[in-house]
Design a protein around this ligand. Structure first.
Ligand SMILES: O=c1ccn([C@@H]2O[C@H](COP(=O)(O)OP(=O)(O)O[C@H]3O[C@H](CO)[C@@H](O)[C@H](O)[C@H]3O)[C@@H](O)[C@H]2O)c(=O)[nH]1
Ligand SMILES: [Mn+2]
Length: 734
């Protein structure tokens, strides 16, 4: 018989479950792999490959911490009391109207405004790093459209708040016959408005005069509360201090000042400006960050996050709730392993079982004070007791901003929801504002790494004692957010190179997670795995050259038949571990995903990761040029080839060169070695298997260099350089 919940114990807002069977399987597989790995290495002896094997074992060991105790969570938003919900500021960042089309950005903005949350307690801030008048105009149009869209979503309980997806048929509203006619009429009316809005945005974007006046490099600060075309009294809802379920969310456009002469710290810089500007207006105790292409795909995400934030048992040290990054334009074959399965489907669930996942840049809902640098426990009035002079030294001189900090201890945090203190807003959005303060060092999103999310989560939150949770949707629920993935190889590699350099730079700095006493050992291993992931470049480089040259000369890099067997066993166990991971995530045998991930892992190791290692090494010895750039990924490129599972090499640069060269070397060694073997009648060795495996992995490169004739094949100069380099290598060592 089911037990009745006791009368006075409130129902829990969320539950957590450890996936015990999976944890057991993971631990067993890990034990087997460790034993095999140790045996193989013991057989290796003093050989150049020993170093490669040790690096592989080291990285593998780090990667096991997030496999130890995977958990899953369920939130129950319907148990929340709506009257008690705190205010939330949603922050959307965009940087380039060419690579990030306004129509998409506005869908993200509108979808955030339509989230299921009391309108009077929801504010959306859009940061435009390009300072483009086109984006501002589009935002005004978006607001006007949202005035119809948001009430429509509320009235009919729409599940998909992103209009583009909704009208593409993503959300079949089913209200029974009662509302049917009304719904059909309303839907048609709003659909027409949406088309008009889209048309308007297209016109704005193609306006030559406007695009002329858009200077990406230098522009003044501009902050504007968007009120739509005509004045509407329903918008001013905070005058009487009463927050209103039905109010329109606030929409604020922010373009910070930019000068070529001063560094702007990319996305972290933009977010810090939004933190300050929003502190002058809504100053909500919680902030949610969204990349401009990450639209809300379910209306309940903030409510779900609040199930954790508002839970009395957790709130003392819970800094953020992370949702997974999921993507709307993944293709079924996903040749660039864009899904980030390992991160968002596997390891974050495991890290959640430790102290929380790594902060992931977008789709998270965090406490404002934690990002400001507060510590848990002393939380509630962390800044209100501090002297004004001291606050100004740390946070800058804006009186409005300082006042917001000092107000953080009181229940009501809102300053003036729709009266913008223009001068103060432009001051906090100016280039010089942070000079001499602790912004980016101790306060806000941190600047030291281009992977600001990783570093901020680690230093600013976990090292100060905060925890977090990972909110992964149940199989039957809608993904909470959907973004877009790069659809050509160059974009994918450049993106990976940025991530790898940013994290390796942290690993090799004084902030190395392995040397930190502030977090527990398994968690520091989890962080260190990503910090040192770029080091895969070294073993992969070894395995792509040494066995090849040995085989060509008729020798072997394995010291004897017994060791070859041990290595074969390690290879099998590692492949099996990977296959289990992928299949658990995909809920079924997923050989294709497994293969795509193996292939992209190897490719990324000798491109993105290799260049990341070189770049960081050069920087360390002081020979590096400029610091790593934040190269935006394009959200508007052609995806036909990606959809068909064909590599799109167009635009590839020397970043690809090591990969094509190694691919060619492997093919040449395979052909040459087999030729010799047949001639001399040698025996089949471990090398032969390895070379065949590498050939299969790298076949698309070979095809792209020599067998394809379409414009998206490997650029001819890259092919030519690869041929020359292989010829040189063979004449030296062959
Ligand atoms: O100077 C900049 C550079 C970027 N962005 C914005 O940052 C977001 C992420 O940029 P994107 O080109 O999409 O990079 P991704 O590699 O897709 O981003 C991933 O990696 C970043 C860290 O490198 C994280 O911040 C992101 O959340 C994560 O999705 C976009 O909305 C950009 O508009 C800015 O606002 N200003
Ligand atoms: Mn992105």
């Amino acid at each position: 018989m089911a037990t009745k919940p006791s009368q006075d114990a409130p129902l829990p807002l969320h539950t957590v479950q450890t996936d015990q069977p999976l944890a057991t399987v993971n631990r067993l597989l890990a034990a087997v792999h460790l034993a095999l790995g140790a045996a193989a290495i013991a057989h290796r002896g003093a050989h150049v490959m020993l170093a490669a094997d040790l690096v592989l074992l080291f990285l593998w060991a780090l990667s096991q911490a997030p496999m130890w105790r995977p958990v899953s969570r369920t939130a129950f938003p319907s148990r929340l009391s709506r009257a008690a919900l705190p205010a939330v500021d949603v922050m959307v960042v965009t940087a380039d109207p060419e690579k990030e089309p306004a129509a998409k950005v506005m869908n993200t903005v509108v979808s955030a405004m339509a989230l299921d949350y009391p309108g009077g307690r929801l504010s959306v801030y859009l940061s435009d790093d390009a300072g483009s008048p086109r984006t501002l105009l589009a935002a005004r149009k978006a607001y006007a459209f949202a005035r119809a869209w948001v009430p429509f979503c509320r009235k009919y309980g729409v599940r998909c708040p992103c209009p583009d997806r909704f009208f593409a048929g993503d959300d079949k509203l089913d209200l029974g016959s009662h509302h049917h006619h009304e719904l059909a009429d309303d839907r048609l009316r709003i659909k027409n408005m949406y088309e008009t809005f889209n048309e308007g945005v297209r016109e704005v974007m193609s306006d030559a005069d406007l695009s002329q006046s858009c200077t990406k490099a230098d522009h003044d600060a501009h902050v504007e509360i968007i009120t739509g075309d005509e004045q509407d009294s329903s918008n001013s809802n905070s005058g009487d201090g009463e927050e209103d379920e039905d109010a329109m969310p606030l929409l604020v456009y922010v373009s910070r000042e930019k000068r070529r002469s001063s560094t702007h710290h990319f996305k972290a810089g933009a977010l810090n400006v939004l933190l300050r500007v929003s502190s002058l207006l809504s100053n909500s105790p919680y902030v949610m960050v969204l990349d401009c292409d990450m639209y809300c795909n379910s209306r309940s995400s903030i409510l779900e996050a609040m199930c954790f934030h508002l839970d009395g048992r957790r709130r003392a040290d819970l800094a953020f709730v992370q949702f997974p990054q999921m993507f709307h334009n993944l293709s079924s074959s996903d040749i660039y392993a864009n899904e980030l399965r390992s991160i968002f489907w596997t390891r974050w669930k495991g890290l959640d079982g430790l102290r929380g996942p790594i902060l992931s840049g977008t789709g998270f809902c965090a406490r404002r004070d934690a990002i400001y640098g507060a510590r848990p426990a002393s939380s509630q009035d962390q800044f209100s007791g501090v002297e004004v002079g001291e606050l100004k030294r740390r946070f800058g001189v804006s009186n409005g901003h300082i006042a917001s900090l000092r107000r953080s201890g009181t229940g009501s945090t809102i300053v003036a929801r729709d009266a913008l203190p223009q001068e103060d807003a432009e001051l906090v959005a100016s280039c010089a504002y942070e000079t001499g303060t602790e912004w980016g060092e101790q306060v806000g999103f941190l600047y030291q790494s281009v992977v600001e999310d990783y570093f901020t989560g680690y230093r600013q939150l976990y090292c100060r004692g905060w925890t977090s949770v990972y909110c992964f949707p149940a199989a039957a629920s809608r993904p909470p957010f959907l973004g877009s993935v790069p659809t050509n190889l160059n974009d994918a590699l450049v993106q990976n190179k940025r991530w790898m350099s940013g994290m390796l730079a942290v690993g090799l700095s004084r902030h190395c997670p392995l040397a930190s006493a502030a977090i527990c050992v398994p968690q520091s291993m989890g962080f260190a795995y990503y910090a040192f992931m770029a080091l895969y470049a070294f073993p992969v480089l070894c395995y792509a050259t040494v066995p090849q040259l040995c085989f060509l000369r008729g020798g072997t890099s394995f010291p004897g038949a017994a060791s070859t067997l041990w290595f074969a066993a390690v290879f099998a166990s590692s492949s099996l571990q990977h296959l289990v991971e992928v299949s658990v995530a995909k809920r079924g045998l997923a050989l294709r995903t497994w293969w795509n991930e193996q292939r992209f892992w190897a490719l990324n190791a000798v491109t993105g990761q290799l260049f990341a290692c070189l770049g960081v090494a050069l920087n360390l010895v002081g020979a590096g040029g400029r610091a790593v750039d934040f190269d935006l990924t394009s959200k508007a490129s052609d995806d036909r080839l990606y959809r068909d599972g064909v590599f799109d090499f167009a635009g590839c640069t020397t970043l690809l060169l090591p990969a094509t060269t190694l691919c060619l070397l492997n093919a040449a060694a395979l052909v040459g070695g087999v030729w010799k073997m047949v001639g001399r009648g040698g025996s089949v060795s471990g090398e032969l298997f390895l070379l065949c495996y590498v050939a299969a992995l790298s076949y698309p490169l070979l095809q792209g260099m020599f067998l394809r004739r379409d414009p998206a094949r490997v650029p001819a100069p890259i092919t030519a350089m690869s041929v020359a380099m292989v010829a040189a290598l063979l004449s030296l060592f062959g």
